[in-house]
Design a protein around this ligand. Structure first.
Ligand SMILES: [Zn+2]
Length: 490
């Protein structure tokens, strides 16, 4: 071989290739990988290869891009049946705030939590991840030290990531009358941004480009206008993506309107927040939809900003919320990527629920297709990150791919791999994952990871965290009252 790099041919019953600006399907296709890149995609390859791996009845496709990838233990299990948030430890009581919020995890636990979560992402065929974790359990923001450890874990496991510690200048608090208000500490927000910028300088484009960085101001309602303005300027100066939770809840929309006299998107426009890669989870609450009666040019601002939305239909549907709507944003030309944002990090389940909730939102079964969501989970994420080398299998692209089995009897009958995946597939059908030409999971095994041990350790860490809930819950009830069982204990 000309340059001495090893070539490997991967074959399967179906290959998702890419031609003329869109995905295409090859029946009995071949992908040839050379070094970290895709060399060839098609039916027959007449060059020499060192090895051929045939995956049989499976689909080889581009790895999924997760723009809101859970880097945490599964804490949504605590909110599934337990409401409202201010009585269930998800809004800090004033008493806890006054005593000084504290870290509920040790540095070791924070490092493990991310390594563990990264293995869950790989298992689900995710090859590029922008981690997200809850700040409920933190003294304030995320730390640069835990992200140094996260960079090591991602490099070790071979996961492509965009990392940046989350920071904020404010936090919701609830008083004894159950009124929800805000505690602000703007200096702490500025320090968080400074630490995040130092992190960018240390880690951007390291480990052969596998580790990239981003800015991650927490949520629009936890950032002051000055912090938003400085964050946008920093994203432009460092030329890194910036992600901000925005248009996520009714409470957020109302709080921003109350505090600033403008809608969340008007606030972003007026603080010059937008940068070349602005990534906004979750795009649910905009003027005129999901019960927002306030009149603001939210859709125009979004379109003109070039920002991408992150759609996380599974976690939102669990909370009774749907995007209004995926096809409407698609038709407006808004870039839409996908995020898992919760456990399981199952992008296949997310795509399936995305189709259902979009069709429910529009009352129309023809408004979206399986391909729309497969596009969002691959091409949409790549566009959000300005990475034309990701999200597609085409010569010269990064060799980031997943192999999904189609021979599990649970998958039923099939005529087309993509529709079949969304109908009957799940993240558990992902068998092999390659990132930058390296197998990070082979035949269901992640090298060097004892998943049983990770599972036990994660549960023990989770139990320790749950035990601390009374301290941080309004009126400090015992754990059994905060999280009752579904039925009385016999
Ligand atoms: Zn989110």
């Amino acid at each position: 071989m000309a340059n001495g790099m090893k070539r490997t041919a991967l074959t399967a019953a179906w290959v998702v290739g890419h031609a003329d600006g869109q995905h295409c399907l090859y029946r009995n296709g071949t992908v040839v990988v050379e070094g970290e890149k895709v060399l060839y995609v098609g039916h027959d390859f007449d060059g020499e290869v060192a090895e051929t791996i045939d995956f049989g009845e499976a689909v080889i496709g581009p790895g999924f891009i997760d723009l809101d990838a859970l880097a945490d233990l599964d804490t949504t299990v605590l909110s599934y049946d337990n409401h409202p948030p201010e009585l269930k430890g998800r809004v800090w009581p004033e008493s806890y705030m006054r005593a000084g919020p504290r870290e509920m995890y040790s540095p070791d636990e924070l490092a493990f939590q991310k390594r563990y979560a990264f293995t869950r992402l790989i298992r689900n065929g995710i090859t590029t991840a922008l981690p997200i974790a809850s700040l409920f359990y933190r003294a304030w923001g995320e730390t640069a030290e835990e992200f140094d450890a996260a960079a090591d874990a991602a490099a070790d496991l071979g996961l492509r990531v965009y990392l940046g510690p989350a920071y904020r200048s404010g936090n919701l608090v609830v008083n004894a009358e159950r009124q929800i208000g805000f505690h602000y500490d703007e200096a702490r927000g500025f320090q968080g941004l400074a630490d995040a910028e130092a992190f960018i300088t240390r880690h951007e484009n390291t480990h052969g480009g596998l580790i990239r960085t981003m800015l991650a101001p927490d949520r629009i309602e936890t950032c002051t206008p000055d912090l938003l303005a400085r964050s946008g300027a920093a994203a432009r100066a460092h030329n890194v993506p910036i992600r901000l939770h925005c248009c996520q809840s009714r409470l957020e929309y109302d709080l921003v309107l109350q505090q600033h006299g403008k809608s969340p998107l008007e606030l972003l426009r007026d603080t010059a927040f937008f940068a070349p890669a602005t990534i906004l989870p979750h795009g649910l609450f905009l003027s005129g939809v999901n019960g927002i009666t306030h009149d603001a040019p939210d859709h125009d601002i979004l379109c003109q900003s070039g920002a991408a939305l992150v759609h996380c239909p599974l976690v939102m549907a669990r909370g009774g919320k749907v995007m209004q709507s995926f096809p409407r944003f698609r038709d407006l030309g808004v870039t839409i990527g996908m995020g898992t944002d919760t456990h399981p990090a199952d992008m296949i389940q997310n795509m399936a629920i995305g189709v259902m909730t979009a069709r429910i939102a529009e009352g129309n079964a023809t408004c979206v297709s399986a391909a729309d969501f497969y596009n969002a989970a691959t091409l949409g994420g790549a566009e959000a990150l300005n990475r034309p080398d990701l999200g597609r299998l085409v010569p010269g692209a990064a060799a980031d791919l997943n192999v999904i089995r189609l021979d599990n009897p649970d998958i039923g009958q099939r005529i087309d791999p993509i529709q079949t995946l969304l109908l009957n597939g799940s993240g558990r059908d992902v068998s092999d994952v390659m990132i930058a030409g390296r197998f990070v999971m082979r035949d269901g095994i992640i090298p060097g990871v004892d998943e049983g041990e990770y599972h036990r350790r994660a549960q023990a860490q989770f139990d320790g965290m749950v035990a601390q809930y009374p301290d941080r819950t309004l009126f400090h009830p015992p754990v059994e009252e905060i999280f009752p069982t579904s039925y009385p204990l016999g």
